[in-house]
Design a protein around this ligand. Structure first.
Ligand code: C2E
Ligand code: MG
Ligand code: MG
Length: 725
């Protein structure tokens, strides 16, 4: 057997190989051919054959004198090939230097042995790891060699290495994991914690090792971890996931999501707990912000409709349990549009915020205040014992706005109206409360604003009627069921017709004639009044323009059109009137617009501007229903109408009293002092006419002569002479 049998004999190996190897030993060893030696080799061969380990004997030069079957098999050699070769030929080049120096050291220590793990190379080039114990028995006559016992530990070492690598990976996964992790023992005491965990709770690792999580758990949540430990230990759940709060060392509260997984042995006994966590504080904050945004009004920060309805539902079910009352208060700012128009929308928003703060200030903590939209606020009052409580709530809200507000350097008074609905557990539909409150709010506005009105079921019917009326009125306008009637206006001294007042008429298919006192106020609450107003103006101007052909002096006849206060806030009013006049070639001086003092209610400044523009066109004004308003005299000076129409309650009073006579005379002489023409409405008797004449009233109209008539009857009226009346 020679070294050329080996597949990869390296030059280095050959160079470092000890020289002069002794001759090989055979299976039946010929060296030391004593009986004892023969016996020994026979015994050795026997043991070697049976052994699971590698066994070989080498001489002082490293030459193989004996190799057992396991050895030969390990290196892929036959006995012939193995014997006499240098044992160093089978050593991995990287280990060779060490092996040789150990061998030399062993040679110098009789009976000494050396243990080592050596990498070897088999005939087929395969590397294996062998754990060796080499014993110097050179001085033994029986052996005279080095006995090498070896065990192939290749697989075992690979396994150990894999385990170590795995352990390292786990260690890194734990140590460097971004997710905070701890390991706890059966009593839930921390025995390992990674950096992320320590950072999360702000404690040093040394401070937490050996402690349970109570140290950094928010006191109220201590039970949560204990409960999870108990349930996992009892086997009720395999893993447990829960959310709890930690109190960091710096005192900050954080929310964490915890996943507890127990590590078990083969029999299923828990060895320790692996707990991985996630700081969900930011998520929670964001979620809270988002839900706050979804449920609150961005301008004022108050609850929004969605939240209000939610609270309303809750209040309803609570009321069923507690047997108390609730109230919904719908508050609408009075004439808020004026603020937006005069100060701009930014200032309007500012005022809404100020109003919200004031209302918030007087709101009870158990109640809900919400911005319903625009200038409307909703207030839900809970746990009331009587309707009186709702009255207190409404009064509180109104009083909160009593003090003036300061806006862009100006001091303004912002009042509000409130519709109130009180309900008990028997109410089934919570959605209707707001609608009902809206109906009551309408009444509060109608009754003069700045007040609250309680909803009653009849109001509901009224609201339904109003709604139907508006629908029908809209259809009537399209179907041509609306027309204009004309009541002649006389010069009292001569009984000569000087003009006509136009009055709108609605002939309803089933109801017959619907009086304007019913449909005009309804239309005024909707946008429809605008269309009705333009219809009247077009119709009246066109009709009046046609009179010229009937009577030669008709060019002096004027015609009046009643305009609603709301129409003065229509930005197109002036241009539309101008257009109608020019389309009909109608002199603007012949058009008189009748207004009531209510025009000053919405926004005086705006109204005055519009009146000014119309006056410049040549149009004049008559102040209608004089004497029925609230502050007649001051507005007379402000509006400066050409004509004052004295309300019929002064002309045909139900009770004839000397006081009424004095009042009538006083009004007429006042008007004259202001250089205005006086017109008496509702003259029904000759006595009334006589008295008016004596009081120097210039003009009049009334059933004494004629009610309003359709346009085709006007010719008949115009052709009559004074003595025919
Ligand atoms: P008004 O402008 O004060 O009109 C006078 C009302 O008195 C008319 O009622 C007229 O028919 C009635 N009247 C006239 N002479 C007499 C009389 O001798 N005795 C009595 N008892 N009543 C008399 P009407 O037509 O029912 O109109 C009621 C109100 O409706 C009007 O009061 C006016 O404010 C409003 N209105 C009528 N037409 C229009 C319109 O086209 N536009 C607007 N915005 N309002 C209108
Ligand atoms: Mg009138
Ligand atoms: Mg009138």
């Amino acid at each position: 057997m020679t070294s050329n049998k080996k597949k990869k004999p390296s030059a280095k190996r050959k160079a470092s190989r000890p020289k002069d190897p002794t001759s090989a030993i055979s299976q039946e060893p010929s060296v030391e051919p004593t009986q004892k030696a023969t016996d020994y080799y026979a015994a050795l061969a026997e043991v070697g054959r049976r052994s699971q380990d590698l066994m070989l004997v080498i001489d002082g030069t490293g030459s193989v004198k004996y190799a057992n079957p396991v050895t030969l098999e390990t290196f892929g050699l036959s006995l012939e090939e193995g014997l006499g070769t240098s044992a160093f030929d089978y050593v991995h080049p990287d280990d060779l230097q060490r092996v040789i120096s150990q061998f030399l050291k062993l040679l110098e220590m009789p009976r000494g042995s050396i243990r080592d793990v050596v990498r070897t190379i088999a005939a087929n080039g395969e590397t294996r790891e062998i754990e060796l114990v080499s014993t110097n028995a050179l001085d033994s006559k029986a052996v005279a060699g080095i006995i090498v016992n070896g065990r192939d530990v290749t697989e075992h070492n690979q396994y150990v290495k894999q385990l170590q690598a795995l352990e390292e990976r786990f260690r890194l996964a734990f140590e460097d994991n971004m997710a905070p992790m701890i390991f706890t023992d059966l009593d839930d005491r921390v025995f390992a914690a990674n950096d992320a965990f320590c950072t999360m709770i702000g404690f040093e690792r040394e401070e937490i090792l050996g402690r349970d999580s109570t140290l950094f758990t928010y006191p109220d949540d201590v039970g949560i971890a204990e409960d999870s430990l108990r349930r996992v230990a009892r086997g009720e759940i395999v893993q447990s996931r829960y959310v709890k709060r930690y109190l960091r060392k710096d005192g900050r509260l954080i929310h964490v999501e915890v996943l507890r997984s127990p590590a078990r042995d083969e029999d299923g006994n828990i060895l320790y707990h692996v707990i991985s966590e996630r700081d969900i504080t930011d998520e929670r904050t964001l979620a809270a912000q988002l839900s706050h945004q979804a449920l609150h009004d961005t301008l004022t920060g108050l609850a929004n409709r969605a939240l209000f309805h939610d609270r309303l539902e809750q209040a309803h079910s609570k009321m069923v349990r507690e047997g108390t009352l609730c109230a919904v208060l719908l508050l609408d700012l009075d004439d808020f549009k004026g603020v937006n128009d005069s100060f701009g929308h930014l200032a309007g928003d500012q005022l809404l915020i100020s109003v919200a703060r004031r209302l918030e200030h007087v709101a009870r903590s158990s109640d809900t205040l919400c911005r319903f939209g625009g200038d409307e606020f909703l207030y839900l009052a809970e746990g009331l014992t009587s309707a009186k409580d709702a009255e207190f709530a409404a009064t509180r809200l109104l009083e909160a706005l009593a003090e003036p507000f300061f806006l862009s350097g100006a001091q303004i008074q912002q009042r509000a109206s409130i519709g109130v609905v009180v309900f008990d557990a028997s109410a089934s539909q919570t959605t209707e409360f707001v609608q009902d409150a809206d109906v009551a709010l309408y009444e509060a506005k109608r009754e003069g604003k700045g007040r609250f009105v309680f909803f009653t079921p009849t109001m509901h019917q009224q609201a339904v009627n109003r709604f139907t009326l508006i629908q029908e009125l809209r259809q009537a306008l399209q179907a041509g069921d609306l027309s204009m009637h004309y009541q002649p206006i006389f010069e009292l001294a001569t009984t000569r017709i000087v003009g006509f007042e136009s009055l709108m008429r609605w002939h309803h298919v089933t109801r017959g004639w619907v009086p304007p006192s019913v449909f005009i106020p309804a239309a005024e609450q909707s946008e429809l009044i605008r269309e009705l107003g333009y219809f009247a103006l077009r119709e009246v101007v066109a009709t009046a323009a046609s009179w010229d052909a009937v009577r030669p002096d008709a060019k002096d006849l004027y015609v009046t059109v009643n305009l609603s206060a709301r129409q003065f806030h229509d930005p197109e009013l002036v241009s539309v009137i101008e257009q109608i006049l020019s389309e009909n070639s109608f002199a603007s001086e012949r058009l008189v617009i009748e207004i009531t003092e209510s025009v000053t209610l919405l926004n005086v400044t705006e109204t005055m501007i519009v009146m000014e523009q119309l006056s410049r066109l040549g149009i004049s004004f008559a102040l209608d229903d004089f004497g029925t308003g609230f502050s007649s005299l001051s507005y007379l000076a402000l509006l400066q109408p050409k004509v004052i129409k004295i309300d019929q309650s002064f002309v045909s009073p139900s009770i004839e009293r000397p006081r009424n006579k004095i009042l009538l005379e006083a009004i007429i002489s006042l008007g004259h002092k202001l250089n205005m023409t006086m017109l008496a409405e509702g003259i029904e008797t000759a006595t009334q006419l006589e008295r008016l004449r004596q009081a120097d009233c210039e003009l009049g109209q009334g059933f004494l002569w004629s009610p309003g008539v359709p346009k085709d009857e006007i010719t008949a009226l115009l052709t009559r002479t004074s003595d025919q009346w």
